[in-house]
Design a protein around this ligand. Sequence first.
Ligand code: RB5
Length: 170
Amino acid sequence: MKIAIGSDHRGYLAKEKLKALLSELGYDVEDFGTDSPKSFDYPDVAAPVAKAVADNRVERAILLCGTGLGVSISANKICGVRAALCHDELTAQMSRQHNDANVLCLPADLIGEALMRRIVEVWLETAFEGGRHARRVMKIMEIEKQNLCRGNGGERPNPAGDPPGSDSKK
Ligand code: RB5
């Protein structure tokens, strides 16, 4: 599975550690920066990472900033992206099972390395449950189509063409 990763300056150190973990776990990682602890605005990395997911160039993505809020708000502006800000293993698991989240956002200032590693592992290993949740994810896509996506690629709100729940990306 190919995974994009990106962070602002506050997430930089954690991103470097997660990159090593992902490689260890056998994932193919594409790093979108930032590449130092120097101040870097989170929308400037969240947008290209989210677009890589929306365009199906990577299967999933992980974004980090201090709180995880800036990157999640930014990433969710891109059609086809369901970015979930997770603080623990349970929200990570539920974001996959119920919401088919394709971007994981992490609060680098708020949680430690060990928890972050566990969240990432759970999030990558958990499949979407489909069923009634697929109907709800379809409704999210409908909201995008009606409100967000006109003229900015919204013609392809589900760029992979997969029905929600088909875990063909694994
Ligand atoms: C940067 O100072 C900080 O605002 C950012 O990392 C993030 O927490 C924003 O949501």
